[in-house]
Design a protein around this ligand. Sequence first.
Ligand code: NAD
Length: 498
Amino acid sequence: MSSNANDWHGRAKTMSFDGRAVIDGRRTAAHEGETFDCVSPIDGRVLTTVARGRTPDIDAAVASARRAFDDGRWAHKSPAQRKRVLQRFSEKILAAKEELALLETLDMGKPVQYSLSVDVPSCARTIAWYAEAVDKVYDEIAPAPRSALALITREPMGVIGVVVPWNYPMIMAAWKLGPALAAGNSVVLKPSEKSPLTALRLAEIAIEAGLPEGVFNVVPGYGHEAGEALALHMDVDAIGFTGSTRVGRKMLEYAGRSNLKRVYNELGGKSAFIVFDDFADVPRAARTVAGSMFFNQGESCNAPSRVFVHERIADEFVQIVSDEAPKYQPGDPLSGSAEMGAIVDGTQMNTVLGYIGAGRDEGARLVAGGRQVREDSGGFFVEPTVFDGVSNAMRIAREEIFGPVLSVIRFKTEEEAVRLANDSPYGLQASVWSHQIDRAHRVARALRAGTVHVNQYDEDDITVPFGGYKQSGNGRDKSLHAFDKVTELKTTWIRIDS
Ligand code: NAD
């Protein structure tokens, strides 16, 4: 790589890519050598070709993972030994931070300084946190009768299939890998076909760190091919899925059609952000919503895309958000200073533009953005966009857009705000802004969401669970609760004669 730390374009030119799968500890071309193009959304150039995994590749990866699990090369290591390997894995991720950050940015379009300051460190910290946790989690002895001893122990489940999206490829992978590997499982990961490159590098780095071969396999490919084959596989014990609600539904069907594997779904969102007129600092609320909504090009499952504002402060709020929006105007993701990057691909960009058209057609008032920009770059860029005068019945308020489009809905009463906020198939996150302590608690309790923020939206940490109510999924990523998804509870009764 170039020695000039800020010359990301120079580094990109000399970067080499390897799109082959990682199966049984080795780089492997797909069965029959099929590939697909990996296109950068920054400029539309083909970065490399990627192995197009299908059933035979998934079969090979699952067989490798099963062998590794059954012979105990990882599962039978003590928690302290697994900890040390995973700590090295985390350290090596950080040591490769510039390479991984650049790969992530070229592959999915986010500004490189955020890949470097957010995605890579968060991925490394997640692996390290589960490494450090695993030899501090104790099993239980039940309060059984004197004639017996009842042990309640956690055992690794076996082979965990992981299917993740493209919006935070490394972070989503790490949320699944951390607890699964720390608990002693083997993993087969299917990254999104839109962003496979960092997952493949992570598998190599894990092996360099001492993870035994076969414990962590990565098979790239399309969802309806590699993803479906993994989710239907009879020898996969659980699926950790992050992605759309549409595909989450299929995951449940695949389990029903195969071996009833456990399915843990982390799905879409349409998070409500409620600002009451007793909240004095309207500019802070407005700046927060803009920052959270437009971060990562609006491609965040928990983006606060439905803002409910009390009618008395709505004009001021909308004015500030519209003034803030241009500060997130998309720029060159490799410049090191762009606040917003490229939408992941042309299909997703057209989906976003389609929703902007639907908002106009349904009578919402466009107050900022709304257009494709930087077309000369060959990449896919959309302006930060704000609609006022939205009703909760419009498509832009009901459906997840997964792009930089914010809908502002005005309300009159607390009861109305809560009712509208909960009137959604989703329940991932929510936020309430009020200085009245009883109102803040009352509304936080009433909101049907996995996480509720009060007077802020940015707080986040690996120590707390992340996941949704309703059609935003089940199970929880992050925190010690994530071990529940990758372990089985076993009860062992031991007779004690007196
Ligand atoms: P997606 O559902 O289209 O794809 C996700 C993954 O599933 C990809 O790897 C894809 O290849 C695979 N897939 C697609 N069809 C499949 C099939 N038929 N069988 C098996 N696998 C299949 O989602 P996306 O567009 O990649 O990501 C965006 C979605 O992810 C949004 O809905 C977003 O809210 C959600 N998301 C949720 C969370 C969370 O923690 N709740 C976090 C990030 C993203």
